[in-house]
Design a protein around this ligand. Sequence first.
Ligand code: C5P
Length: 220
Amino acid sequence: LGAGPLAGRRVLVTSGPTHEPIDPVRYIANRSSGAQGAAVARALAELGAEVVFVTGPAEVPPPLGVQVVRVETAQQMLEAVQAALPVEAAVFAAAVADWRVAQASDRKLKKSRDGLPVLEFAENPDILKTVARMEEGRPALVVGFAAETDDVIAHARAKRERKGCDWIVANDVSPETGIMGGDENAVVLITEEGVEEWPRMGKEEVARWLAARIAAALGA
Ligand code: C5P
């Protein structure tokens, strides 16, 4: 068994984008690299936690020393998360697609045969909200992320209430910050007690701060 304040404590991290199929060869995706989620999982593992890392098809490789569960779609991610429970803390860093194609085709759509496709969408499950609002077996600490472009604190507070999670790690992704796709992050941590503005730092460092706060919250 590993050493460290979180030794023997089981935690979950979701990360990366999801891919939502249109047909067997096409999908809808987003630009999440998975960097922040991987960094959080690594930082928790470095504190000794037993980390289940549920990841969509991310650009960055998963960290060493975590249990990797690879998924593609939001629905698969929800199932993998539910299968990983119980955990003491769950951090939802994935950029889950809000919508999936309602009727993905089981054969490749053909230009010649099918004409211009019209895609109808269905809403994906909100994984963070589902876990945060569990009546039984809810993790002691549920952490969500929020990327906002304006009124960061007000929107993040509202999101914390709406989702039912304990903390929101909010960042300002307005274009002038250069954060989206960059290596740095400027984070505001929203808890029940209030709002903490963290200094601008690298994503790895944000992850270490967050992991240390999680260890403290779990009494580790
Ligand atoms: O509502 P919004 O997508 O801004 O919320 C972001 C937070 O919710 C992130 O923590 C993200 O991982 C989580 N989320 C989720 N499932 C969804 C949508 C978002 O877990 N379907």
